[in-house]
Design a protein around this ligand. Structure first.
Ligand code: SAH
Length: 243
């Protein structure tokens, strides 16, 4: 059954016109009056809906039963990552959403190739948010991960990273770093439901001073093994191991 994100108040018995984005998708699928679809608005569970009217571009639906189902990861996993360039970040947002990420913070770092600010940064963040929505429609998640506006690594560590009270891990290639698996076993023994934030570098890696700043802010360096993984592979491997 087609699933659409419908960011408006939903309730059983309601009749409404779908927001433009969802209406466009329904038009493309050429659904007909009487056809059913699933709608979710990110506030919990999903609704069955029936198409009542297909206009030129608008679509009227009747909202049916609500199912309070969630398909979230057991633990809230957040990702703060030096943005990889090109469409690799789109790809990362899509896959991380499928794997259950709770939020993504795109970071500009010393060696980030993609430089974004002002309008372009806001546009990119909105684009990545729409990639996350599409991934939720596809994979069955009813909660859309939040994609934060692009910010600088050092600003983020000082304003947010330092204050995070849950487990914080820095994906690091430095020698002698504790394997992520071991680190997680230790965290699990403290209680498995607490949140977790991964900080990971861009293609060029994090600078020495950046890693030091993260460690001073309470990020424990963890390793994913001997091989140098691409920025997006490292983040997804970490998510997979934990999720
Ligand atoms: N050219 C860079 C490689 C960066 S890889 C260098 O040699 O330093 C991009 C990011 O992925 C790294 O900053 C790190 O956060 C993460 N990463 C890649 N491979 C990893 C591994 N085996 N263990 C832990 N983190 C890894």
């Amino acid at each position: 059954m087609p699933r659409f994100y419908c960011p408006t108040p939903l309730a059983t018995g309601l009749q409404l016109d779908l927001p433009a984005g969802a209406a466009r998708h329904v038009q493309v699928l050429r659904l007909q009056p009487g056809d059913t679809l699933t709608l979710f608005n990110g506030e919990g569970g999903e609704y069955e809906a029936t198409v009542e009217r297909m206009g030129r571009s608008d679509v009227g639906v009747h909202i049916g039963v609500h199912t309070p189902i969630e398909r979230e990861a057991r633990r809230a996993i957040h990702l703060a990552i030096g943005m990889p360039a090109n469409d690799r970040m789109d790809w990362l947002v899509e896959k991380a959403t499928e794997l259950g990420v709770a939020s993504i913070q795109p970071l500009m770092t010393e060696r980030t190739v993609l430089r974004l600010d002002g309008d372009r940064a806001a546009k990119k963040a909105a684009h990545w948010q729409s990639v996350a929505v599409a991934a939720c429609e596809q994979c069955g998640r009813n909660r859309v991960p939040l994609i934060h506006p692009v910010t600088n690594l050092s600003t983020w560590i000082k304003t947010t990273g330092e204050a995070l009270a849950h487990t914080k891990c820095l994906l690091s290639l430095r020698e002698g770093t504790q394997p992520l698996r071991e680190r997680m076993a230790a965290a699990d023994s403290l209680g498995s439901d607490c949140g977790l934030t991964f900080l990971s570098g861009p293609e060029g890696g994090l600078g020495f001073a950046e890693e030091a700043l993260a460690v001073a802010a309470g990020f424990a360096p963890v390793s994913l093994g001997e091989r140098v993984l691409r920025a997006e592979t490292a983040a997804l491997a970490a998510l997979t191991l934990v999720a």
